[in-house]
Design a protein around this ligand. Sequence first.
Ligand code: BTN
Length: 277
Amino acid sequence: MDAELSESAVDAALPNGWLGRHYHFLPETNSTNAALKQMVESGERDDPPHGTVLLADFQKRGRGRMEREWWAPPQSSLLLSILFRPSWPSRRMQWLMMIATLAAAEAIETSTALVIGVKWPNDLVIDRSGVWHKVSGLLVEGEVGANNVLETVVLGIGINVNIGAGDLPETATPWTSLMASVGQPVSRMALLISFLKRLEEYYDALEQGSSPLAGWKQRLVTLGQEVQASVPGGARSIAGVAEDTDAWGQLLIRDERGQVHTVSAGDVTLRQGKAHR
Ligand code: BTN
């Protein structure tokens, strides 16, 4: 077991907030999102509670968006899922994703000298020689109840922390890790604590009615770029300029005929020939 992230070590390091008060550490699991969802399904009402964090040191079947895999070598990265019981209208799920993205970006910037961008919808990216490299991704899975209210949300995040440059997988969007980007190992504990603290602050602010949209859009490297968007199912692909997002974070793409398309989910490729891909 990695002592750095053990239950007792994290308990001792976390401040007295609600996020992470219930923290579970697994040396190995299939997927933290799947394991936390299983805990919710088999638990009683409100058990596990709002703010429960489940972290694993290795995932045998880590899950990414669009049915992809999420892979990291044992003890190299941050792989965790957080349970929220928000009772919000379902459209606000995207805001939860935005605050987690912002909290992770700020935590990384505090632990390293890196500048973090967001590639729509929820990839954290680092500019390496003019090309955006992915360092983190989020997977948000919600259960909507009566009156379109979000009952539970399992928010999973993977951050590539100490993966050696030679061990990074080859993917369409190039990957990097924090260690590969700064040239030295980065403390997973410091990163985790800083992420959870910021996320709790953002969540509390959201409860008070403060929108994360402006801060999230400031980091969005996709805006103003020529993009190709593929939507889930793969039946449709839209090419054009990513002009803006709406209040819910949906991407607005203007095609060459001037028609604006609203994309709520999917993947975008930043088209080649621009400063960034
Ligand atoms: C993506 O970019 O496709 C999202 C990746 C999300 C990966 C994290 S790792 C922890 C949590 N458990 C999972 O199985 N997936 C998420």
